[in-house]
Design a protein around this ligand. Structure first.
Ligand code: AVI
Length: 313
């Protein structure tokens, strides 16, 4: 059994600078990666358990059903790399099916990542596990020297790619292409376009968990940047925009108000929005075309109940 942990503090994101720039922009916006403090991670897990938000359950079902076929299409894999691996649950299924010699998991939350990766290492004694604490959006390339040569598989499940605008998504896929190397593959999961009512419901669950997840961002800014947001004066607002093919998530100001963040004052007009997330939905042909522009060739495709997984080489 081998387990290594490497910290890349220089590659960490900068909450203060990003939030101040986002609040000074028009319209105001904060990158969705800042949802995921400890409470945000717990709330996201709770979202995945809501009856309206089927995305995570559907991907699990799809993977379990099609794994033998996915493995057969992939062939031999030496190393699996998972950016944004979180608690390393999803990759376990792949380890069982593909039996690689190496696993590299990457996440910005170093503590939880190290614990999860160590548990994987205990359960798979033949596997060399490396955990890299870094913000891969800043510095994915720093992971390259930590990976063994050979057939690499980049695994990016959960429709996380949908949280990037098309240009940024293409750029990230191109970086995955370089990281995978000439013999490498990409296995990626994404949410499909479907009945807008179903999409709308998924981001407006009856229990209000998605609303709490969205508003938790303000609590995080109050705690970590000494801000004075009053969450009761903002409304969670999420809707499907069929023209852009995305869910848009906002916090709408219910009053004219001033908010102080890290010593700076920001004015919100009544009804002004703080944009917190885009969640793009795709058709299969749309997504493979996007990946093609990033240098990936479609090698396989599996679909289940409004969710898809595509394999690229
Ligand atoms: C992580 N990501 C794929 C989720 C999504 O559906 O875009 C985040 C989320 N936001 C609200 N609900 C879930």
């Amino acid at each position: 059994m081998s387990f290594t942990f490497q910290d890349f503090p220089a590659a960490r994101d900068d909450l203060r600078a990003d939030v101040l720039a986002g609040l000074a922009a028009h319209p105001k916006a904060i990158p969705p990666k800042y949802f995921y403090d400890e409470a945000g991670c717990r709330l996201f897990d709770a979202i995945c358990a809501q009856p309206e938000y089927a995305l995570c359950r559907t991907e699990q079902t799809l993977m379990a059903a099609h794994l033998p076929d996915i493995a057969a299409t992939l062939g031999e894999v030496d190393c699996i790399v998972e950016p944004g691996a979180g608690d390393c649950t999803k990759v376990r299924l792949l380890l069982d099916a593909l039996r690689p010699t190496h696993l590299t998991v990457i996440d910005i939350a170093g503590g939880p990542l190290a614990a999860a990766a160590q548990a994987v290492s205990r359960d798979y004694p033949q596997l060399a596990v490396a955990a890299l604490a870094m913000d891969f959006l800043h510095d994915l390339e720093a992971a390259d020297p930590c990976l063994p040569a050979g057939r690499r598989l980049v695994y990016y499940p959960g429709s996380s790619i949908g949280n990037f605008a098309p240009e940024a998504a293409t750029a990230l896929l191109a970086r995955f292409r370089r990281l995978a190397g000439a013999a490498g593959h990409l296995l990626i999961g994404f949410d499909l376009k479907k009945d807008p009512q179903r999409l709308h419901a998924a981001y407006n669950d009856a229990a209000g968990v998605t609303a709490a997840f969205n508003l938790n961002l303000l609590a995080r800014l109050n705690r970590e940047l000494g801000a004075d947001f009053d969450a009761a004066r903002f409304r969670h607002y999420a809707f499907y925009n069929p023209v852009a093919g995305r869910i848009e998530m906002h916090l709408v100001s219910l009053a004219e108000q001033d908010v102080h963040v890290a010593g700076e004052c920001f004015h919100f007009a009544l009804g002004e929005t703080l944009h917190t997330e885009h969640s793009y939905k795709f058709r299969c042909d749309e997504f493979s075309a996007l990946a093609l522009t990033a240098g990936w060739q479609l090698a396989g495709e599996w679909e289940h109940n409004g969710f898809a997984v595509q394999l690229f080489r």
